[in-house]
Design a protein around this ligand. Structure first.
Ligand code: NAG
Ligand code: NAG
Ligand code: NAG
Length: 248
């Protein structure tokens, strides 16, 4: 079933250049098909095993445009920081906060466009949701009060998702958490220009803050966003290992 699906992929993403594309000789097609099937089963088994271990992303069919769009938007996000390199002053986090807000807004705007041009991709949807929630946290928790994500929220039908934090309030302890995690992200960025390391720092911060022993972890907004960071955010970051250059 899955085999029959693959030859139909016209705009072949490097990911899909698998054994099935060697299957060109009609004379040997029977042998090739069975060996292809065998290879495919082996790959599938490997995937199943690996995904249980949690190191490999799900091998759901992904559209090439999802990769292109995620890469494009990541580049736009990074470019804002590059353009503002060394905004001056000794207190890097404060000087970079405005840059950070602009970068996040750029990211959200970019993904909003992507969702219009690359329709139906589960992965792009998930990715956009994480970025949107990040933007919501920025706005609700007072780091970037001028964020505008109403269009992205609408195109994603975000308000229908159970863990959407767009209706939640950000109590003062949560404001402290978000400020702390953004500060950690910016400090990391000042020392390490690899954006994946910087984002990992942000996610690690939220993982720590989401620990039930922490006093603010019981608030809905922190609990839900921390869960999202752990479940989806980190998984997405790991995609860069499989597809170098996608994000970092
Ligand atoms: C998207 O997120 C949902 C819910 O977390 C998950 O079940 C699904 O596998 C994800 N899809 C992709 C392609 O990552
Ligand atoms: C969102 O949820 C409401 C109420 O549950 C439903 O009427 C509406 O169709 C949903 N919208 C989308 C786009 O899924
Ligand atoms: C979101 O927070 C609520 C309230 O704490 C909780 O009941 C729910 O399970 C959380 N959802 C996720 C996905 O973390």
């Amino acid at each position: 079933m899955i085999l029959a699906e693959n030859p139909g992929r016209s705009n072949v993403d490097p990911l899909w250049i698998g054994p099935q594309h060697r299957d060109k000789e009609p004379s040997s097609s029977l042998i090739m098909t069975s060996s292809t099937a065998l290879l495919f089963c082996a790959a599938l088994l490997c995937f199943l095993v690996c995904s249980c271990v949690g190191t490999t992303p799900p091998a759901v069919a992904r559209k090439p445009c999802e990769y292109n769009e995620i890469k494009r938007c990541n580049q736009q996000f990074k470019q804002v920081f590059l353009d503002a390199k060394n905004p001056g002053g000794r207190n890097i986090p404060i000087a970079w906060k405005r840059v950070y807000c602009r970068a996040l807004q750029t990211f959200m705007n970019c993904l909003e466009q992507s969702l219009a041009s690359c329709v139906g991709g589960d992965w792009l949807q998930n990715y956009s949701f994480v970025v949107l929630e990040h933007g919501v946290m920025d706005k609700k928790c007072g780091v970037c009060p001028r964020h505008d994500y109403s269009n992205l929220e609408r195109v994603m039908h975000a308000t229908n998702k159970s863990d959407y934090v767009g209706f939640d309030v950000c109590p003062s302890c949560a404001k402290g958490v978000h400020r702390r995690c953004v500060r950690r992200f910016l400090h990391k960025m000042a020392a390490d220009s690899n954006i994946c390391h910087d984002v990992q720092e942000f996610i690690s911060c939220y993982k720590e803050e989401g620990n039930p022993k922490r006093s603010c972890a019981t608030t809905k907004i922190i609990r839900n966003f921390s869960t999202l960071c752990t479940k989806l955010g980190e998984k997405m970051l790991q995609e860069d290992k499989t597809h170098p250059g996608l994000m970092c």
